[in-house]
Design a protein around this ligand. Sequence first.
Ligand code: HEM
Length: 429
Amino acid sequence: MSNDQRKYFRNLLLHFRPSEVPERTLRLSLTWSLGGMAVVLVFLLIGTGLLLKFAYEPSPERAYDSIVYLESQIPFGQLIRNIHRWSGNGLIFVGFLHLLRVFYTGAFMAPRQLNWIFGLALFTAVIFSNFTGYLLPWDQIAYWAITISTSMLDYLPGVGTAIKQWILGGTEPGPATLINFYALHTAILPALLLFVLPFHFWRIRKANGLVIPRSPIEEPGTTGPMVDAMPHLIVREVAMALLLLATVLAISMFFNAPLAEQANPGLSPNPTKAPWYFMGLQELLMHFHPVFSVFVIPLILVAGLAYIPYINYQAETAGVWFCSHKGRKMALVAVIIAIVTTLAAVLADEFLTRDSLAGPPNMINNGLVPFAVIVAACTGFYVLLRKGFKANNNEAVQALFTLLVTAFVVLTVIGVWFRGTGMQLMWAG
Ligand code: HEM
């Protein structure tokens, strides 16, 4: 590259990136490069998705065969499908870890509150992109996963069934569903992602960059030395992107995206499971009245997630991992409590309470009562931390968040790996 070319290239880059960044924000132990990885995966998905469009045909008669043709007849077709599939799953995973890192470094506090909301919008778009893409191969796994997931809507009193039929374009997945999902997956949701992403980056620039990492005993406000973005930031970003691309490629070379037999609406597999990222919900559905497991609890959790940055916190902890030393210990204790109590509750519900609740599930016994018990337990936990352990509200909110997220992860793990035929509990699989 000549000197002039190098200058133009550098100029172009610096239209997108700040010219200088605080040296401290380059530490891997702040971001773990997770946001950057998410960006790379978004573009990898769009690139491979565009290639898949050359082969894929969105009709129940042709969809499955077009995937088989892609995999067996088109050079690198299987590889492109694998990359697309694993990047989609990877994006949920990386996006979730990024959310956790933002939360645990207090990077949602003012002036970053709105960016937390943009992040949640991005994450929602990522989940629904995965969900709508899941149906497209039109195989048994896809058909029945979408059937079971959308049937959860039937439990929404009054309007649930109407909404389900609107999404499906009928009473069960069929040609209209495939077209709806295809349009959402290949046009609406990618457009939404690409529309919201610049706002996400704009808010980072408006906040003068990322949170500055600091130790719990350091005062806020110390920015430390600044360094040129080129090469310090850009070289790190490019290295991370190349490493990620190599990893996705390696995984895609060794593991094929699943494809079962062609969808058969008359024969449901046993067990019928939702996609893994909705298995926490499906597991919840096995223990609570549907109105609570599918609506009340998720709605409260999502509203709580959106409310996190607007809580009036007592301490300025942005940039400090886990708020403080005490906060770190409390988060760890919350993880242990959540694992033990969730496992115990699932086992007790499975083996002890089923018979005593004989008869059709009712809203009071299976909904209101256990829900009230959980709310009381969470409130008790919060009060105990505040009053008994003298935690400030940053530390207590963090511990409560940790408790709930861990419980949801445990439910997801149980649903994905420990439910077998007839959704009975079983030992691994
Ligand atoms: C497709 C999904 C997402 C993409 C591509 C993305 C991308 C990024 C990138 C590249 C950064 C810069 C620093 C870093 O690597 O951490 C960032 C920062 C940030 N993200 Fe995301 N993000 C996504 C989802 C989320 C989610 C789910 C949340 C939270 C709900 C979130 C909230 C934030 C916040 C508050 C910052 C500023 C952090 C700071 O100042 O330290 N993002 N994001």
